[in-house]
Design a protein around this ligand. Structure first.
Ligand code: XBP
Ligand code: MG
Length: 252
């Protein structure tokens, strides 16, 4: 039985549905700008999402014959342009936070729980989302922003969670991870964390066996009840996910 002291948040798909209308669109803008013919459709992007990291995703598309062979410098260049386009989409307010995210963040912060981010995303893309979707004050409210190439192996490896815990000096048993994808769940699991998953269209059919709670969204009191797909600890009353639920999961 361990007290909840820390929440580590995934970003893409968890804080906001950034993949389909954010990252994917920004990649296509970078491809077009570079005079390339490749466009990633919504379905194609779903296939590519099994590889985390934007540069790695392009490399994977090249290897499977979707994009022409280009040197790594060109991939990095395209990715830098993509990140700028992504930041603009976020600054334009096109990608709202998912239901319940802001409520839970505020509640946890007010309760003195340590908050951190553990994501595969590039730091400057994360910064844009924090600034425009959460508000600048949240830069100080997160005790760690663990992102992108800061660790050798991206999710599903546990590196980014291991790194965040180490930076915080926090024990895994006091921490719950908030994720949206199979890769994210595996990463959290292998770091020894309890994990709550909010699925989305891209991740709904992925394997979350062993996760503590899997729901359609965190939800809100004044919205319809969330769909509960896995409720490992038989939590009562999951109309929407509350801080008390996260505490109960950590203590289970
Ligand atoms: C999701 C990812 C990221 C984004 C794109 O990570 O795999 O690669 O799709 O971001 P998470 P970059 O859900 O762990 O946040 O292009 O900046 O890599
Ligand atoms: Mg994610």
């Amino acid at each position: 039985m361990a007290e909840l002291k820390c929440l580590l948040w995934d970003v893409d798909g968890t804080l906001a549905d950034t993949e389909r209308d954010g990252h994917r669109v920004a990649f296509n803008m970078a491809f077009e700008e570079a005079g390339m013919d490749r466009r990633w459709s919504i379905d194609t992007y779903g296939e590519l999402l099994k590889v985390t990291g934007g540069k790695e995703r392009m490399q994977f598309d090249i290897e499977r014959g979707g994009m022409p062979e280009i040197p790594f410098e060109k991939i990095a260049e395209l990715h830098a342009r993509k990140t700028i386009h992504y930041q603009t989409l976020i600054a334009d307010g096109l990608i709202p936070l998912r239901a319940g995210v802001f409520r839970l963040l505020e509640e946890a912060y007010a309760a003195g729980i340590t908050l951190g981010v553990s994501t595969t995303t590039t730091p400057s893309a994360l910064d844009a989302l924090i600034e425009h979707s959460l508000g600048k004050e949240w830069f100080d409210r997160f005790a760690v922003l663990a992102a992108g190439d800061i660790v050798p192996n991206k999710k599903p490896a546990s590196d980014i969670y291991d790194y965040a815990l180490e930076q915080l000096g926090m024990a895994a048993e006091h921490t719950v991870a908030l994720e949206d994808s199979g890769n994210g769940w595996l990463s959290a699991r292998d770091a020894g964390l309890k994990c709550v998953v909010t699925i989305n269209d891209y991740t709904a059919n992925q394997d979350f066996t062993g996760a503590d709670l899997v729901v359609s969204e965190f939800g809100e009191a004044d919205r319809p009840a969330v769909d509960v797909l896995i409720n490992k600890h038989n939590l009562d009353d999951v109309h929407h996910v509350t801080l008390a639920h996260l505490q109960a999961i950590c203590e289970a």
